[in-house]
Design a protein around this ligand. Structure first.
Ligand SMILES: [Zn+2]
Length: 505
């Protein structure tokens, strides 16, 4: 039994490690162009649209999305509403540069990494104007990743391509028995949207927590194709992805997440969402050139209709342009005029809501004494204020919706002196150790420091000449450090921002 279990475990590990991105977008788009030669320039005819400005002048786009889910088992994994919501949430973070590894982009590429103010949101109204979760479940079907053959079935289930982005979740994308293909997507083609065939087709086995975090970012990669991005390795060393700032790649994808050069000696942007290398653990960024190309794609006739205000109303993402009301915020804890001790931490709890639904909240800003200290763009919109300093302070929370409408809640807190400081007692060089012990003979002069923590435990750093040591005080116990050298000694208590010095003679 043990042996069987071990073998199973090894096989499982191997299958996880060998999982990698398999996207057929290059082939699929090339095939589309081959059989539609008159459309060749269509997807390249994209010009950056005029900025879509909200009341406060900031630029951001919302795209209504519908997911069509075919079947119930994706390599044994389930796809449900929560999983799709998580997947879309993570994808939006990737596009907006809010992925937690965005700050650790390789320094060679940090100057060209770029974010895009866009949010893909599940539709709330279907084409008939009825309420919807934006997710439709169908019986199992495969093969929508093929360039043709399923057109009638795709059209039958599609929601108007000029109003919704359509994402199809299947397991065997090409109906060829392979269930390890991750996804495929087509560029903006008028002919496809006219026929309700524009799409991303994605394998449910690689959605959100059904796979590892990096491979799950392949959904971001496919949405990139949908916004007209080529692979960074398009046509290899001598090809082009039609973006100037992305280095060419040889298309072998064997660098994975290590640093390495392409055939021209340039470093490869392995962390780019539109390559394959990053899927092995380091998908982190788009470049400025790629974001410009995606913004231009939003001006393509097949994409421009999606984010127009009237379409956001029609698909339920906003109620209406004129009726839209600002979101609300109420600070629940702490209560106004609460007191805190110096150096402690305040966890702020607030309730946010929006007349258009909670997912219409775009961001929450936290201010401490009118200084912006944090901006939170995804639920839960929490914030913690640490190391409170003495005096009276204002805490302000401002909530914004996607239209730039906002509301504010503000409280005042008072920070009082800390009562529970550890007591630090010094014993000078004149003190004579009066009790005989193994360490010190009676009458010996001992330089000693005693530190007492009254309530909390704290890390304490004792510094002298050529000496630094960290200690931890424990509850109600006196920390005694004996046999110190002459000179100036400092006790630092970082958690309390406290420092006391004394010279021992
Ligand atoms: Zn691809």
């Amino acid at each position: 039994m043990t042996i069987k279990l071990t073998i199973f475990f090894i096989l499982f590990i191997q299958s996880v490690l060998s999982a990698q991105i398999k996207c057929n977008a290059s082939e699929a788009n090339a095939r589309f162009l081959k059989y539609n030669s008159s459309k060749h320039s269509d997807h390249q005819n994209s010009t950056k649209p005029n900025k879509f400005s909200f009341n406060n002048g900031e630029e951001s786009y919302q795209i209504p999305v519908v997911f069509h889910v075919y079947g119930t088992s994706f390599n044994g994994k389930e796809v449900n509403d929560a999983l799709i919501r998580n997947a879309l949430n993570d994808l939006n973070k990737d596009f907006n540069g809010l992925n937690d590894d965005f700050s650790s982009v390789n320094s060679r590429f940090s100057s060209i990494k770029a974010t895009m103010a866009i949010t893909f949101k599940l539709a709330k109204k279907d084409p008939n104007g009825n309420e919807t979760a934006g997710i439709v479940y169908h019986s199992v079907k495969n093969g929508f990743g093929n360039g043709s053959g399923s057109d009638a079935e795709i059209k039958a289930d599609a929601w108007d391509n000029y109003k919704y982005m359509n994402v199809y979740i299947q397991n065997d994308l090409y109906a060829n028995g392979e269930t390890d293909n991750t996804g495929v997507a087509w560029f903006p083609f008028t002919d496809m949207s006219d026929n309700n065939l524009a799409r991303v087709v994605y394998n449910g086995a690689f959605l959100s927590t059904n796979t590892d975090k990096e491979l799950a970012s392949t959904l971001t990669h496919e949405f990139g194709h949908w916004l007209n991005l080529f692979h960074t390795f398009e046509d290899g060393c001598n090809g082009t992805d039609q973006v100037d700032d992305t280095p060419n790649e040889d298309g072998l994808h064997n660098l994975k997440c290590s640093s390495g050069t392409n055939c021209s000696g340039e470093y490869v942007n392995t962390e780019n969402y539109m390559g394959y290398n990053g899927a092995s653990g380091c998908y982190k960024m788009f470049t400025k050139g790629q974001v410009d190309r995606m913004l231009a794609a939003l001006g393509h006739p097949t994409r421009e209709t999606l984010w127009q205000t009237q379409n956001l109303i029609d698909t339920g993402l906003i109620i209406s342009e004129v009726d839209n009301k600002a979101p609300t915020v109420v600070i629940n804890t702490p209560e106004n005029n609460s007191s805190f001790e110096e150096g402690t931490t305040l966890e702020l709890m607030a309730t946010f809501s929006d007349p258009n639904g909670d997912d219409d909240i775009k961001r929450v800003e936290y201010f401490y004494d009118d200084l912006l200290v944090n901006t939170v763009q995804f639920m839960p919109f929490e914030n913690t204020f640490t190391n409170l300093q003495l005096g009276e302070h204002t805490i302000k929370v401002i909530v914004y919706d996607f239209r730039g409408l906002s509301n504010t809640s503000e409280i005042t807190i008072t920070v009082t002196p800390r009562i529970n400081y550890p007591e630090v007692t010094w014993i000078s060089s004149n003190t004579v150790y009066t009790q005989s012990s193994n360490q010190f003979a009676t009458g010996k002069i001992v330089r000693r420091i005693e530190i007492k923590a009254i309530e909390d435990t704290h890390d304490i750093i004792l510094k002298g000449t050529d000496f630094e040591q960290q200690y931890t005080t424990s509850l109600e116990e006196v920390l005694v450090i004996d046999n110190l050298a002459k000179g100036t000694w400092t006790v630092e208590i970082p958690s309390l921002n406290k420092k006391i010095s004394k010279t021992l003679n």
